[in-house]
Ligand binder design. Structure first.
Ligand SMILES: *Cc1c(COP(=O)(O)O)cnc(C)c1O
Length: 383
């Protein structure tokens, strides 16, 4: 592939080659668990599909190219990809992460790996300089998300990368909300980029997948061993669906960003809305950092109703017609979520408060419908 290709061309072409046996333009679904061997001891690329499958190879190479990385690895879900990263560590190691972490990641860290003796600390990283004081002799990884879910806070990736540089600490960025179209953490000094490809990369709410992208060969080898030995791989049909989704990532993201910005401005001036969290708004506390590290501001936003009672949120949700009440995000259709009772229900009320999640907070995954219809829907529901 031509390394200088622009993003949209990479989305269409990178990592994908016509099938050598028949010239099929679209990557076939190689629904085969085993591959015929040329002879005893003969070295060949494909042997057994847990280790390597041709459909998977192409989606891995495509995601790696979009993130300006060298090695891509995909897993059965975003959580399986995160799980592989945590398995790089051992009891006694410390992992630092953000307060406003994705609920599933928080559960994996605290409910699965903390009992094994890995130490987790969750801190506010909106001011990157505060992070240094939490780094100790056992700190081995910093795990961040930016923009965060559902508060849409921004963490300065470059500043955190500068703090960990030379200390033997891995910096991992969950880039699910931004997508590689808006932000490339490896270019900003991160060691691993993680994606829930279930969301924008797939883009059509029809599959689950997780991805990791790295540049370092030795790190890629360790992660590949975990992918192969633990077996949490993605099946060929899911690989095909995400490959197909990626081809329109740039087109979808343009519309997601445009619609979310229009909606953020609309909600901001609405008398029943107390606050809008969107990194594209100038009053967002870290708008300047978002502007520095992102190409646009994404399709996710959250807002708080002036009436903080859960019944007000319930009433609004019940009147929406374009937005559907559902978990997940990043598909072509607009979705609304209530984090306090949905994605973040497993957190204690105190932990929710720390992450800015009140009963009046609503999260929107703004789809690619016509913006007039999206705004009209909220207009009638708020009235
Ligand atoms: C959805 C999500 C995950 C988990 O991914 P799955 O594909 O659901 O396992 C991790 N991080 C973020 C930010 C997510 O939105």
């Amino acid at each position: 592939m031509d390394e200088t290709m622009k993003f949209g061309s990479k989305a269409v072409h990178a990592g994908v080659k016509p099938d050598p046996s028949n010239g099929a333009i679209m990557t076939p679904i190689f629904q085969s668990s085993s591959f015929a061997q040329g002879g005893l001891g003969a070295e060949q690329e494909y042997v057994y599909a847990r280790s390597k499958n041709p459909t998977r190879t192409q989606v891995q190479d495509s995601i790696a190219a979009l993130e300006n990385g060298k090695h891509g690895l995909v897993f059965g879900s975003g959580m399986a990809a995160i799980d592989a990263v945590v398995k790089l560590f051992k009891p006694g190691d410390q992992i630092l992460s953000i307060n406003a972490l994705y609920g599933g990641t928080h559960r994996l860290f605290t409910q699965v790996y903390a009992p094994f003796g890995i130490d987790f600390e969750f801190i506010d990283m909106e001011d990157a300089h505060g992070v240094e004081a939490h780094i100790g002799p056992h700190t081995k990884m910093i795990w961040i998300e930016t923009p965060t879910n559902p508060s849409l806070s921004i963490v300065d990736i470059e500043a955190i990368a500068a703090i960990v540089k030379g200390k033997g600490i891995l910096l991992v960025v969950d880039n699910t909300f931004a997508t590689p179209y808006l932000q490339n953490p490896l270019d900003l000094g991160a060691d691993i980029v993680m994606h829930s490809a279930t969301k924008y990369l797939g883009g059509h709410s029809d599959t689950l997948m997780g991805a990791l992208v790295v540049r370092d060969d030795a790190l890629a080898k360790k992660l590949y061993a975990l992918q192969n030995n633990c077996g949490a791989i993605s099946g060929p049909f899911d690989c095909f669906l995400v490959l197909r989704g990626i081809k329109t990532l740039h087109l979808r993201m343009k519309q997601h960003c445009k619609n979310a910005m229009l909606l953020a401005h609309y909600l901001e001036q609405h008398p029943k809305v107390d606050r809008v969290n969107y990194p594209g708004l100038e009053h967002h506390p870290n708008h300047h950092i978002a502007k520095k590290q992102m190409r646009d501001f994404g399709g996710m936003l959250s807002f708080v109703l002036k009436d903080e009672n859960q019944s007000a949120a319930e009433m609004l949700i019940s009147k929406l017609k374009v937005f559907t009440l559902a978990e997940s995000l990043g598909g072509v259709e607009s979705l609304i979520g209530h984090p306090a009772t949905m994605t973040h229900a497993s957190l204690s009320k105190e932990d929710r408060a720390k992450a800015g999640i009140t009963d009046g907070l609503l999260r929107l995954s703004v789809g690619v419908e016509d913006p007039e219809d999206i705004i009209k829907d909220l207009e009638q529901a708020l009235a």
